[in-house]
Design a protein around this ligand. Structure first.
Ligand SMILES: [Zn+2]
Length: 242
């Protein structure tokens, strides 16, 4: 086992979707790289899709197996790659994930304001242009939830800047609403800080996923459905429009 954690380019350089990397370890159908732009999945956001290219050809990345420092790229074919590679993340897929993920932050922020600190109980982004978020909204009227749609689209139209920062875990715990989820909060970084996503003037919350750099990069959204999934679980499904 080689030491050192994988460099998570999806955080450090979110726009870098093609990267060269050296192979640290290889098995047929599996390769461990020095660093990667492939988001491994988590927090309701699916893993990135894409390919690795090397002197012998090209192979699709099927999934990312992250286990501490061991981050393997599982490949669609049992090839053995022992040279350096060019990783290419599927840009259209990543862009849609970033749009839906950022839009879920907006939904969540507006619900948090409108319903006095509603917490997130789950979230899942689909590959069909829709995503859902589950919020703890006991007793809330579903029509009031649906009525958030114009405010969501206002926040998109205002093209608010989205940025990431790292705050110490104890500071994060002390800020109301920063740790908003019981189920999808990111683990602290190796230096003990928590990654926070800020939408300027609207929201700050801990998150480990990938996001747009401004809200206006998303098309408008529609609230497709608001379902009751138990007393502490209101499920809101949104769809990108156009
Ligand atoms: Zn997020």
């Amino acid at each position: 086992m080689t030491g050192g954690s994988i460099r998570s380019l999806w955080h450090e350089a979110p726009d870098l979707l093609e990267f060269e990397a050296s192979v640290l370890d290889a098995e047929p159908g599996r390769v461990r790289l020095s660093h990667s732009s492939f988001y491994p999945g988590g927090g309701g956001q699916p893993a990135d899709r894409g390919v690795l290219r090397w002197a012998g050809g090209e192979v699709r990345v099927e999934r990312i197996e992250a286990d501490g420092d061991l981050v393997w790229h599982a490949l669609a074919e049992p090839v053995l790659i022992e040279t350096s590679v060019l990783g290419v993340v599927d840009a259209a897929f990543r862009r849609q994930m970033c749009q839906l993920h950022t839009d879920l932050h907006i939904v969540n922020a507006l619900a948090f304001q409108a319903f006095d600190g509603a917490l997130v109980t789950g979230a899942q982004i689909g590959d069909d242009g829709t995503a859902r978020i589950d919020l703890d909204l006991p007793g809330a009227d579903s029509d009031r939830v649906r009525a958030l749609e114009p405010a969501i689209n206002d926040a998109i139209r205002q093209n608010l800047a989205v940025s990431q920062l790292y705050v110490p875990a104890d500071t994060a715990a002390a800020e109301r609403g920063l740790l908003r989820s019981r189920s999808v909060s990111p683990p602290p970084q190796s230096d003990g800080t928590i990654r926070v996503i800020e939408i300027a003037g609207l929201d700050r919350q801990a998150c480990g996923g990938t996001h747009l750099s401004s809200t206006g990069q998303s098309p408008p959204v529609r609230i497709l459905k608001v379902d009751n999934k138990g007393r502490h679980n209101r499920r809101i499904r949104i769809s990108l429009v156009g």
